[in-house]
Each structure stands twice: as C-alpha cells, then as structure tokens.
Design a protein around this ligand. Sequence first.
Ligand code: AHR
Ligand code: AHR
Ligand code: AHR
Length: 481
Amino acid sequence: AGPCDLYSAGGTPCIAAHSTTRALYSAFSGSLYQVKRGSDNTTTNIAPVSAGGVANAATQDTFCASTTCLITVIYDQSGKGNHLTQAPPGGFNGPETNHYDNLASATGAPVTLNGNKAYGVFISPGTGYRNDKVSGSATGDAAEGMYAIFDGTHYNDGCCFDYGNAETNNLDTGNGHMEALYFGTNSAWGSGSGSGPWVMADLENGLFSGQGSKQNTADPTVTYRFLTAVLKGGANKWALKGGNAASGSLSTYYSGARPTASGYNPMHKEGAIILGIGGDNSVSAQGTFYEGVMTSGYPSDDVENSVQANIVAAKYATTSLNSGTAFTNGQSISLRATTSGYDTRYLAHTGATVNTQVVTSSSATSLKQQASWTVRTGLGNSACWSFESKDTAGSYLRHNNFVLQLSANDGSKLFKEDATFCSIAGLGGSGQSIRAWGYPTRYIRHYENVGYIASNGGVHAFDAASSFNADATWAVSTSFA
Ligand code: AHR
Ligand code: AHR
Ligand code: AHR
C-alpha cells in the first residue's frame, strides 16, 4: 500500500498527494511531475518506473543531459487535479517575470529510495509552488490532516518554508486562514526547545509550536536528514508530530485545543495549497520537500503510525550531490573559461571582485595567485566544496545577490552556504560546471568577464541563455600558484 491507500482505509482520504520521488498510492502509475529543460524550453513528464514505484529518474537524466532543468508541475496523484505550479505574486513578489516565484531545479535534491535514484524539490529563497483552486480541501473549521517529508538539514530563518493549506488570494487575510506545516528556525512568532530548526504549524500571522503563541518547549529541535512532519486540525483540536523518515516512529509534539489567541478557534481555512512559501507568498525561506499529502478528515494516530512505517519502508537515503570530476580537500586549482574567444581567461579575483583574467605561465606571481584556489570541504555542506583564495587565506569565493565576490569567512550560516558549490558534469559537454549549493538552478558563470551565479535564461542580464552552457563550463587544472 501507499500512504494514501492507508489514509483511505482509515476513512480520511488524500485530497492531494504530491511527490517527485514516488507514487503515494500502490496503483498509481501516472505522472509524478513535469520538468522543463533550458536547451529548448520543452517539457516532459516523469512517472514511476512501475505502478506504486519510485520516480523514473533515468527519464529525467536523459531529457536533461547537458542542459538545465526546472520542475514546472508537481502533479496531484489523488485524482482531484490539485497540481502545484509556479506560485504567483501575493502580499510579496517573487523574483521571476511578472513577480512569479522561481521554479526549483530538477536536480538540486538527489536521493535514493531503496537504492533507486530520485529527485526531491530543493526550495531556495524565492522559489515557490501553489494551487489556489483546490478541489476537496478543508475550508473554515473543517478537519484535515497532512504530512510531508523534508530535509532536516536544509532550512533557514526566513518566512516561510511551508506545505499545506493557505489563502486562495495569495494575501494575508488574517489569523486562522492557514493550516500548513512549517520547518525552519524562524522564531518571530513562536519556537520550540533548543536553537531549532522546528516543525511548527503556520496558522497565519503565527508559527505555532503548541497551544501558546510563543515558545513551547515540548516541540524539539529536529535535524533528521529525512524528517517526517505531521499536522492535523479539526474543531478545537490540532496536533503536531515528527520523526525520522528513515527509521522509527513518530513523536507527538502537541495534541490539544486550538490556540487561545484570537482568530484561531474556529479556524477560517481557505483551502489553497502552498509549497515553499508563506500564505502571502513570503519567499525568504529555504528547505527541501520530497513528498507530502493532505487529507479530508482528521486522521487517526493509528493511520499516521502506519504511514510513518510506510515512509521508513521506502528507504530514503542520501546520494552524491556531485556529478562532475571529483575534487579533493586541499587540491590547488585554476579554472579556465571555455567560451570560445574567452578561453585564455581564468576565474580570478581583483580585491573583492571576482572576474576572469588572461593568465599565462609568464604572468606576474600576484596575478597567478589571484587565479589560484584551494579546494576545501564545503563550508555549508560537507558533501560539496568551497574555494579558498590562494593569496588571501581565510577568504572564499561566495555569492551575494548572485554576484560572486571574495570575502572573509565570517562564520555565519549564510556565508558558509553562499560559499558552497557542487561539482557537476560540464554543461558544455566536457569540463566542469560548478553549481551553487543553495541555489541549484545557478552555476558559476562569467558574463562580460565578471563572475556570477547564473540561471539559464533568468531575469538578470547575467542569466542570458545565450552562451550559457559555455560560460558555465570550466576547465580545471593544477593551479598557477
Ligand atoms: O504565519 C506566518 C506568515 O505570516 C504566513 O505564512 C504569511 O502569510 C504571513 O506573513
Ligand atoms: O546570492 C544570493 C543571496 O544574496 C545570498 O544567499 C545572500 O547572501 C544574498 O542576499
Ligand atoms: O564573459 C564574457 C562574455 O560576456 C560571455 O561569454 C557572454 O555571455 C557575455 O557577453
């Protein structure tokens, strides 16, 4: 059985079932998600390898070979047509054309399920999905349940990495107009014990960790690499649970009456579905989503326990984030541009500015050093890499507003993540592409001889699709200095 078969058997059927990694019904063999590639802007659908099975990642890998790919649709497997697509603007604008949110990279969150490769949905700040015209979801004070599997190591304190029920007009329409899972370290409204991240309930104008609107210490810090988060709400009751999606059972963090703060009892749920954003399209948060469902009715604890057992049996596990040539900690490299007409230039820095410079064996030592980097284990994720300057120890290549710069490591989580890059098979066919860990739609690229993290055909001039693959492909050599 799949999770939604279990909810159905319990009398609380799924009204939405979203996953890029696997079928959530044992009989489901339709499309799980749609990807769009950068080379020709065409799309294809990814289905399970067999009914009830894991997503056919090989279809995606073939379709997306030597180009970039975005997740355009996360299909609803429930049969109700509640698909998730690129979120529109609301109280806050997204960064894309017409203020829509960004779409997620199709390759930012590789995993395996029982040894079979699949891809999750890596949400960078600015990314979001939504459906405002949902069929069958809970409205008003009606009961619903939901769970999602997140990456418990991918979070921030922005508002709000959510999955669940939200406003149908993309605006903050008041307390109690949402009921969604939240994951991260935002403590502007509420918090749990420790320093977070926490699973909380986004009920609008509040992230709730228990009945009180501030700190509830029964809600623990949870950092399981694969995290099951569970929320359900009905008339004057709700519950929040979590657990390790790779083993063991769920723990109840809260189960009881609705908050006493005004507006949350009864609830005023509107029934839209969001992923990666707040109800008003707040787009500052990050996180990773693998699968999630929403139900009609208040699921029993027994059903939720059997769903957790089903999730554990799916055997989520990590796999390499790198597909290019392996780097090693301590390796000294130079990176040569491969774009025709620019291929005598190397990625270098001039003070804090990162650019490309023509360097040869007879260049001055200072210029050779500016074009030389020491590879380090990724400061923000040890599965990827950071690049320390040869001539300015302690300073690293990082992005800031998508512009590369050389900066001293200030020890912050944001710096470390901005200075972390994964090694990807060269988009240009040979060589190496280098992807920003936190923005997997973006690759180190030169544009007018300046260094950026660029997406293929995005809104900035430096995102130009023209010559993207070549500009984002580097020849790695032993360093000049
Ligand atoms: O409740 C927290 C957030 O507050 C909601 O997600 C958003 O709509 C509002 O800004
Ligand atoms: O470069 C993109 C983002 O811009 C970085 O993550 C952040 O430091 C800055 O706001
Ligand atoms: O960085 C040099 C060139 O500038 C790039 O190849 C091109 O995309 C831009 O015009």
